[in-house]
Structures are given as C-alpha cells and as structure tokens.
Design a protein around this ligand. Structure first.
Ligand code: ADP
Length: 632
C-alpha cells in the first residue's frame, strides 16, 4: 500500500511531538476526547435535524479501553466519523489556517511546546506517547469504513476495512517505558480516571471504561474478588450548567483551554444566566494573551452556539460585535430553533436580542473592570485595546458611544494610562480642547520640539502611539463637547492676549524675511511663521488644520501615496540664535537665504522622522557651512 507523506508543516510538528520531552504529555487525552466529543456533537445535531440520521441519544458515547498485554490504549466514539477523504484531509494536514505564523511559532516551540492545541494540532499530540496510531472510522451515512495508520515521520496509509458502527476508534500503540517516562501509566485505571476527571469531566456524553473493582463475593461477603465493571468516568454536566459557586477556577481554565484553542489560562471568566424575553446561559472568556493571528484578517471571532445543550455552531459572529471579538466562549439558549443556519442567524430577531444582551453584558463587565481592577484592565487593553479603537473608527463612528469610555491613552502626566473622562475631569478650567501628540513611541514624543511649551504650561497631552488614533478622533470629533487638538497642527491657542500681540508684532517686523523664506520653499510648505510653541529648539514642522503630518506618514505607505500630503508650515523660534542669523543673512547675504531655508526645512523633516527629498544636496550644504565656518 502506497504511503502518503504528511504536508511539510505537519512533518515539523510531528517531529516535535515524537521527540517531545514535554512534561505535560498527558494532555493528549484531553485532545482526543475533545475531538470525539465534537464528533458526537455533529452526529447528534444531524440526528435532530435530519430524519434520515435519527439516533438514540443513549448510543452516543466515548469508550476507553486499556490493554496491558499489547500495550495499547483505545479511544472509541460513536460520532460522525470520517471517510477516506476526511482522514486524508484532517489527519494529513495541520494548521489549516495561518500556516506561516504557525511555522514561526513552531521555531520557538522547541522550547515551549505549550502551543499544542492553539493551532488545531490536537490529534498529533498523541504522538507524544504513541509510537504508532491506528484510526478506524466510518462516516455516518456511508457504507464503507477506512483505516488510517501512521508511525509518525514516515507518512501514513489509508485503506478500506470492515467496521460495523458509525464513528471513530483510535488505537494508540504506546511507546516503551524509559527511565524518565512511564508511558504504561496510561494503561492504569486510576490514572485514566484521574485524567478524565481533570480534563474532560464536563463532556456531555458518557466516557465509559471497564474498571477493575474489588467486590465481596456473592456467596461469601468476607472474601473479595476482582471483577470488571463498566463505569462512566465523567459527570456529564456541561460546566456552564453547573452552579457557579461550585466551579473551581481550574475547572474553568481547563475547559477554556481544551475548547478554545489556547494554552494559557484565561484572564477573566464571565459566567452568567439571563431569564427574560430571551433566556440564555453564557460562559465567556477573555484570553490573557492575544491569539497569534488576532489582528489578521483570517482571525475567526464569534461564539459557540448551543440550544438546549445541543451544539449548533462554532464562531457564530452575529452573537458578538467585531470590537469585542476578543471575547471567546459559548452561549446556550433554550429559545433558539435547532435548525437555525448562519444565514438565518443574521436576520433572526431572537438572535439580535441575544447579541444586544451579550454586548451590554460585556460592556458593563469591562467598565467594572476599568473601575475596580485598573491594572487588570490595562493588561486587557494592552492586548485588545487596538481592536476597540478600530471599533470606534469603523462604521462612521456608529459605535463610539459604546466604546469611547473604554479607551485608554498614555499622556505626559506620569506616562500613565488615562481615559478621556479622566482627562476632561482634570483639565484646566480655561482649557478649550483635548490636546494630543502623535509619535512612534513615548521617548520620541518627549523629544519633540512641539512639546516644549506645552510641558512648560503643564498642559496634559494624550500620546497617540497607534496609527489608528488620529483617524479615530477625526471620526469622534469631540468628547464631552471638547474638540481634539494636535500639538502639531494649526494654532494651539495657549497664549495670553499680550503674548499673541507680541507674536503678531514679530511676525509683522520680519515679514519680508519670512516671505522670502516661504518663496524659497514654495513647493514644500504652505507658510513660514514665527512659532509660539517652541522654547529651546530652533524649528518645527506643523500642519494646517486638515490632514496632519502623522496621517501623511501613515497614508504614504498605502496606495496613491503621492497625492496625499499635509499642508506643512515651517515654524521658527524667534528666541533662538538661528533666528538672528537668518535676519543677518537676509540683510547682508540675501542670496544665501534660500539654502538656509532648505537646510532648516530638511532638518524639520528629520525631526519628524520623515524622509528628506535630496539627502545628498542636504549633506553637501552642511559641509559647505562647516568649511565656511572654519575659514572665518
Ligand atoms: P482540531 O480538532 O483542532 O481541528 P485535530 O488535529 O485534533 O484538530 O483534528 C483535526 C480534524 O480531524 C478535526 O477538526 C476533525 O474534523 C477530525 N477528527 C479528529 N478526531 C476525530 C474524531 N474522533 N471523529 C471525527 N473527526 C475527527
């Protein structure tokens, strides 16, 4: 029989599994049981929605068998099953989505194999304990059964077999025990019982095993005999139906990890029930780290949907708004029709009401967290804040009222996070606007010439560190009736009347020089002006109201970059020595003013972190100046 090869990524992962020294290798049980439970869900759903595949619920179960003699562990399910194509597709390939990121993670994984599960590699984890795996399966509705066999690296075979019942049987031929690893412990009843309790207690189908028990003999209750007894190892109550008070943190954590593709405990668990027009139970989780592909287009948000404890679908996106898509979890409602499809989901009134209720709950949960667990909230915001900012920006600001009080910014006040409300509450009495400054990072912003005066006047400025920030506030326009104002843009309106007058006067006095500079830079700037925002630094570049310099930087990375330009204004500090130099040059060597203007303009671009048009010309001009300075 021809051997098929695993896909390249799968092979790498397999190598890792086979040679794994992962101390927690017992989790393979959790992975296989979880697959079996999913397969049972699918069959049960089919049986309820399609007459042809009607099944008796009591036939849906998972059975575990241990065989010490042959050193095998078998996990059987009566689920949906797989045909030859499914076996090839599902067990021959891993990382169906995001394979590139997956490979990157894999490089790191040699040290941290905890990524198991996160990428849908669950099944392969069995190779941590098995030297050969046989999967026998018959798909519901099919009359043929197939067998998939693999010892890992050297590929796999698929062949037709006889199998009576629908479902899947997985036989693990365990590795030989070594000094450090006792694989044979997975053949001990107590060990299996413990593992099922620990990882799979909530599974809603019975997990059965024949267990050896010691019992008094029927004819003589003084003597004991060992007999085999079929036991159900799990309690079968879905965790979300249990009394909240009786659920331990570890139970939630294990459930979350096995169900929602994460290898870390969640940061928060939100478990609640609602009775009313629409009744439902929700078990929601906030991950403690953002999933590796969270900000990629291929990230699938959405919640799992159950009706009366029956699994209906995964990733139901209509249940949760995009800006909260970092919340994972499930909803179980008695009020939904089992036959509900993704298409109907979008229009269904009940579902809309459900989604509204979930959104409200999450919002108030986050608000409480922000109020009462600031540190925890800031951690969450570091992970998912960007997603909420996009939420404000998208749909023309339709959701800004829901989100604007959940957004945090750093500011020049101790560099700590601040909400818009906190900012406005502690604003100076006569301050008319919410000030912000854009930059790549805090250090860079603190060095910006534009910040000098503002720091001097002890005005709080929000740091806009994400590309989306300025776009977002353009959509918001105001917060609590206060407009947003960039320290790089237009008139800051920070000066007193006297200061303004003095500035105007200076502007008038130096009009000819400023005009001359402006015409030297005619195709580059809209104006050259005397600055009211500088203290120590000689120059800065600001923009007119309208497109900001920061937005130009961001948009210049996209298509149509050439057309998108901010209206730039070069501002000069009248208190700086270079200002006097310019005046002297203008009086005595006006032919040099154009060069000087261009040098200053290029310097202003450099300070902004923008490219200069002709670096060679710039360098040559500076060299000329150095040579001249030496001659004088
Ligand atoms: P995941 O479960 O994360 O998708 P796995 O590697 O564990 O990844 O399984 C791959 C796929 O193989 C599953 O998505 C499922 O379609 C199929 N599969 C695995 N085990 C079973 C089973 N016991 N019954 C039916 N299908 C299964």
């Amino acid at each position: 029989m021809a051997k098929k090869q695993f896909k390249a990524e799968s092979k790498r992962l397999l190598d890792l599994m086979i040679n794994s020294i992962y101390t927690n290798n017992e989790i393979f049980i959790r992975e296989l049981i979880s697959n079996a439970s999913d397969a049972l869900d699918k069959r049960y759903y089919l049986s309820l929605t399609n007459e042809e595949y009607k099944t008796d619920k009591k036939d849906l179960k998972i059975t575990i068998e241990t065989d010490k003699e042959n050193h095998t562990l078998t996990i059987k399910d009566t689920g949906i099953g797989m045909n030859d194509e499914d076996l090839d597709k599902n067990l021959g390939t891993i990382a169906k989505s995001g394979s590139l990121e997956f490979k990157n993670e894999l490089e790191k994984a040699t040290k941290n194999i905890d990524i198991i599960g996160q990428f849908g590699v669950g099944f392969y984890s069995a190779f941590m304990v098995a030297k050969r795996i046989i999967v026998m399966s018959k798909k519901v509705g099919s009359d043929k059964a197939y067998q998939w066999v693999s010892s890992g690296e050297d590929g796999y075979t698929i062949s037709e077999i006889d199998k009576e019942d629908y479902g899947t049987t997985i036989i693990l031929e365990l590795k030989e025990d070594t000094k450090d690893e006792k694989y044979s412990s997975f053949l001990e009843d107590y060990e299996i019982k413990n593992l099922i309790k620990k990882y799979s207690d909530y599974v809603r189908y019975p997990i059965e095993m024949e267990v050896e028990v010691s019992k008094p003999k029927a004819d003589n209750d003084q003597e004991f005999e060992t007999v085999k007894e079929l036991q159900t190892l799990n309690s079968m109550v879905p965790i979300w139906k249990k009394n909240k008070k009786k659920i331990k943190a570890e139970e939630y954590n294990e459930f979350y990890k096995s169900k929602f593709m994460d290898w870390q405990d969640p940061q928060k668990v939100i478990h609640y029930a609602v009775e009313g027009n629409i009744s439902y139970t929700a078990l929601l989780f906030i991950p403690s780290v953002a999933p590796y592909n969270f900000y990629n287009a291929d990230y699938e948000g959405g919640l799992q949907l159950y009706s009366k404890g029956v699994f209906i679908m995964d990733n139901a996106k209509d249940l949760i708004p995009d800006y909260f898509k970092f919340v994972k979890g499930l909803i179980d409602s008695d009020d939904l029709n089992l036959n509900i499809s993704r298409e109907i989901l979008q229009q269904d009134r009940q579902v809309k009401a459900l989604a509204k209720s979930i959104e409200k709950k999450i919002k108030s949960y986050l608000e409480d967290m922000l109020k009462n667990e600031r540190e925890e909230y800031e951690k969450l915001f570091d992970n998912f804040g960007l997603n909420m900012k996009f939420g404000i920006y998208k749909d023309y600001g339709l959701h800004k009222d829901i989100l604007q009080d959940l957004i945090l910014f750093r500011s020049n006040k101790e560099g700590k996070y601040v909400t818009l409300k906190e900012y406005v509450d502690r604003m100076k009495e006569d301050q008319k606007a919410i000030y912000y400054v854009c930059g790549k990072n805090i250090e860079e912003i603190q060095k910006l010439p534009q910040m000098e005066k503002i720091n001097d006047k002890e005005i709080e400025v929000l740091y806009f560190l994400d590309d989306v920030d300025e776009f977002m506030i353009n959509i918001m326009q105001t917060y609590a009736d206060k407009p947003f104002k960039s320290v790089n843009k237009g008139d800051l309106d920070l000066d007193s009347e006297e200061e303004k007058q003095a500035l105007n006067q200076k502007q008038e006095e130096n009009k000819t020089m400023l005009e001359a500079m402006k015409s030297a830079l005619s195709n580059k700037v809209k104006d050259v002006r005397i600055s009211s925002r500088l203290k120590q630094n000689p120059i800065c570049l600001v923009s007119d109201d309208g497109l900001s310099i920061e937005m130009e930087k961001i948009l210049s990375q996209g298509p149509n970059a050439q057309q998108i330009k901010a209206n730039k204004i070069l501002e000069i500090n009248p208190e700086h020595e270079v200002f006097q130099t310019l005046k002297d040059i203008n009086d005595n060597h006006p032919e040099l003013l154009a060069d000087y203007s261009n040098i200053l303009y290029d310097q202003a671009l450099l300070i902004e972190g923008m490219p200069i048009e002709d670096p060679v010309a710039y360098a040559n001009k500076i060299c000329d100046l150095m040579i001249k300075a030496n001659k004088n």
